[in-house]
Ligand binder design. Sequence first.
Ligand SMILES: CC(C)(COP(=O)(O)OP(=O)(O)OC[C@H]1O[C@@H](n2cnc3c(N)ncnc32)[C@H](O)[C@@H]1OP(=O)(O)O)[C@@H](O)C(=O)NCCC(=O)NCCS
Ligand SMILES: CC(=O)OP(=O)(O)O
Length: 329
Amino acid sequence: MDLFESLTAKIANKNYKIVFPEGTEPRIIGAAARLNADRVLKPILLGNEADIHQIASAKGFNLAGITIIDPATYPSEGFAAMVTAFVERRKGKATEEQAQTILKDPNYFGTMLVYMDLADGMVSGAVHSTGDTVRPALQIIKTKPGVHRTSGAFIMQRGRDNERYLFSDCAININPNAQELAEIAVESAKTAELFDIDPKVALLSFSTMGSARGDEVTKVQEATKIAHELAPDLAIDGELQFDAAYVPVVANQKAPDSKVAGQATVFVFPELQSGNIGYKIAQRFGNFEAIGPILQGLNKPISDLSRGSNEEDVYKLAIITAAQALQTT
Ligand SMILES: CC(C)(COP(=O)(O)OP(=O)(O)OC[C@H]1O[C@@H](n2cnc3c(N)ncnc32)[C@H](O)[C@@H]1OP(=O)(O)O)[C@@H](O)C(=O)NCCC(=O)NCCS
Ligand SMILES: CC(=O)OP(=O)(O)O
């Protein structure tokens, strides 16, 4: 079964509420209208109601039954409760006065709806940068016990036979150290399983099993060792060049003893430059559909779109976000 058919079946009838802070963006409105019409989930659009309806009617989108919340006119009691919850969560890092201003930002407002269980997940980033989209989640939702860093994974899929992989971290950690990279690898395996990918995890480098030297290579070697300690039962190996990880004949030559080389399904990049560039090359040259970034390791699901996303990407990432909610509700 197609991944999205199977995820849609899993979340059907759960009525998950997914909040979209960029409620006046046509790609968001279009995706929300479809998600609502398909009865996949309950979208909440943030923004000025008149503006949203005007854009929807110009584009022919039907918003009947969709909740619209305008943070500017949110009931004062509800806003006061939000301010109190935010100040308490930030523990001395924001005053009440600062909170009043911060919570006017739609990404903070939407994240607070999730934190306060008024929504089950959030999808944003079609207009905002990743930093502006995820910072509220890092500060408010925070990571699950035992996870130190959230990271951003992409499901990469292509073709009718559902060729599907996971790439990470393509979104968050600019230069993770060995410990952080190991944790990203282990979290990525869990994300892969959630989306029906059998995790065989390759820690990528420009070196395969010591073929080159340098601090960058040592970091990946150390991360592989730590990842083995963190998850001894996981199929995980490194350091591997991409061809050694992906192409069986190259794997035979470069890493003949590896149980991952040549058959990797989860590709962990050594730092963000290569991760972000790598997924976009596979997407734009390789015709892979890139769904994400899916934020891993957070207490509740928050997803960050690429600003290059289209309506279909928004639709699919909302389904992924609701599917993550299955794990947390
Ligand atoms: C994600 C990012 C915005 C966070 O940067 P930042 O806001 O400057 O982070 P700070 O160091 O000020 O930390 C802010 C808070 O987030 C937390 N945090 C930062 N990075 C985190 C991570 N990876 N996981 C979990 N928490 C994190 C900090 O602990 C801090 O929490 P606190 O305020 O409760 O103490 C930054 O790492 C970044 O810009 N990454 C690249 C994003 C990007 O452009 N990607 C490419 C396109 S997808
Ligand atoms: C994930 C990503 O690269 O996001 P953007 O294209 O918005 O920078």
